[in-house]
Design a protein around this ligand. Structure first.
Ligand SMILES: [Zn+2]
Length: 147
């Protein structure tokens, strides 16, 4: 069986503590975006974790079209301040970061849903209605939508 998102996230954070000191206000590399892939979803969305001057932040990148040029914009999902993290004993920090990261992952996952026909987990923008993706709406109901 595939590893759960939760255990993958735990492993990933432990690695980031080792290579990027993500748990440390002093030693973490600031504004260095670390990316975590949400496998099992159609376009494998990524969320980032970044250390900033005021704390850790989770988010993702969206692209806007400026004319015909895609411009990236970062959206924040969740944050954890250094003040809050520093108040926790050293050995509990990894668990705390893991817990907060799961909140960010779950917020991102809420944008996705499973199609009743093809069973793909896709972004809500790909859906015709709550249960049917645009492709299946066309295939099973003969409904054509804009894109
Ligand atoms: Zn479908």
């Amino acid at each position: 069986m595939a590893k759960s998102m939760k255990s993958r996230a735990a492993t990933w954070i432990r690695q980031r503590v080792e290579d990027s000191y993500i748990q440390s206000e002093q030693d973490s590399l600031k504004k260095h975006y670390l990316r975590f892939k949400l496998v099992g979803f159609c376009d494998e969305p990524e969320i980032h974790l970044v250390a900033k001057d005021d704390g850790l932040e989770w988010g993702y990148t969206v692209f806007f079209l400026d004319g015909s040029v895609p411009v990236p914009k970062k959206v924040q999902l969740h944050a954890l301040s250094w003040t809050e993290l520093n108040a926790i004993p050293e050995e509990e920090k990894v668990d705390k970061i893991h817990e907060e990261m799961m909140k960010a992952i779950n917020l991102k996952k809420k944008e996705y849903r499973k199609c009743q026909y093809c069973e793909n987990k896709m972004h809500q923008d790909e859906f015709y209605d709550k249960k049917t993706c645009k492709k299946c709406a066309k295939k099973h109901h003969g409904i054509y939508s804009g894109n």
